[in-house]
Design a protein around this ligand. Structure first.
Ligand code: URA
Length: 251
């Protein structure tokens, strides 16, 4: 098991390698290693931080671990009132508290990462993946992956008011890229961004006198929520990951 970063391969560490391979989630891997159940090249590993060279043979309870787990992506319909946390260990009140109990055994073995964040009161599409390279791909502004939001706004929206968002406006943490904006009706504004800074949609709308009363994400890339019920999820196909998220793999 190895990971490639900025063109060079470096050893992974054991508990993360087990989680990436889908052998078990990282917290369970930590426990298994501490219990002496895991070997690397025939030697019992004593710490979760044991380096794992690319060609190492890892066994759990004597059974070899198949390396190179495929990338999986889940589309989750986030309801309001739950936090987007990045660590499954901090589950209470978070998206993980809703998502993890629903996963079938074959998916629950992975360590899941949220792909970006939604505010606690924002609803809609939140992706999860076992592939941290996909997180970087989907959240990097360089990838230009569009994220489509729809905001319900307090005051009356029209094209003149949203024009600064289309032009690219200055926010307090720097310039925002020009956004695609459509006024669907006087209280409903669609905003498509290719970057994702903290509270970005709310700040952009707030700056033109259209504070958001509610915010919902409808799409990431060409993935849409479709009929996933609030709190529910579906597993994307490999083709969707490739074609609709423009992601071609870990390497
Ligand atoms: N922009 C926001 O303001 N909030 C979100 O949750 C996502 C994008």
């Amino acid at each position: 098991m190895c990971i490639r970063e900025r063109g060079k391969e470096k050893p992974d560490w054991l508990s993360r390698a087990l989680a990436r391979a889908g052998a078990m989630p990282q917290d369970e891997a930590d426990a298994a290693i501490k219990a002496g159940r895991v070997t690397v090249n025939g030697r019992v590993a004593t710490t979760p931080l044991t380096p794992v060279p690319p060609d190492a043979v890892i066994k759990v309870d004597g059974h070899p671990v198949r390396k190179g787990a495929p990338t999986h992506v889940l589309a989750f319909h986030k309801p309001a009132g739950v936090l987007t946390s990045t660590a499954r260990q901090h589950r209470t009140g978070t998206v993980f508290e809703l998502l993890l109990p629903q996963l079938p055994l074959e998916l629950n073995r992975f360590t899941w990462h949220a792909v970006g964040r939604l505010d606690v009161d924002t609803t809609g599409l939140l992706l999860f993946t076992n592939d941290d390279k996909l997180v970087a791909h989907a959240t990097s502004p360089e990838t230009n992956l569009p994220k489509r939001y729809v905001a319900t706004v307090f005051s009356t929206a029209d094209d003149a008011k949203v024009e600064p968002l289309r032009q690219g406006m200055m926010l307090d943490d720097g310039p925002a890229r020009p956004a695609m904006v459509r006024v669907r009706d006087e209280h409903t504004v669609e905003v498509i961004l290719t970057e994702g800074r903290h509270h970005q949609v709310k700040r952009m709308l707030g700056a033109v006198g259209l504070p958001a009363r509610a915010l919902h994400r409808e799409a990431v890339g060409d993935i849409t929520l479709d009929d996933i019920p609030e709190g529910g999820f579906r597993l994307l196909t490999d083709e969707e990951v490739r074609e609709k998220l423009n992601y071609s793999g870990r390497d």
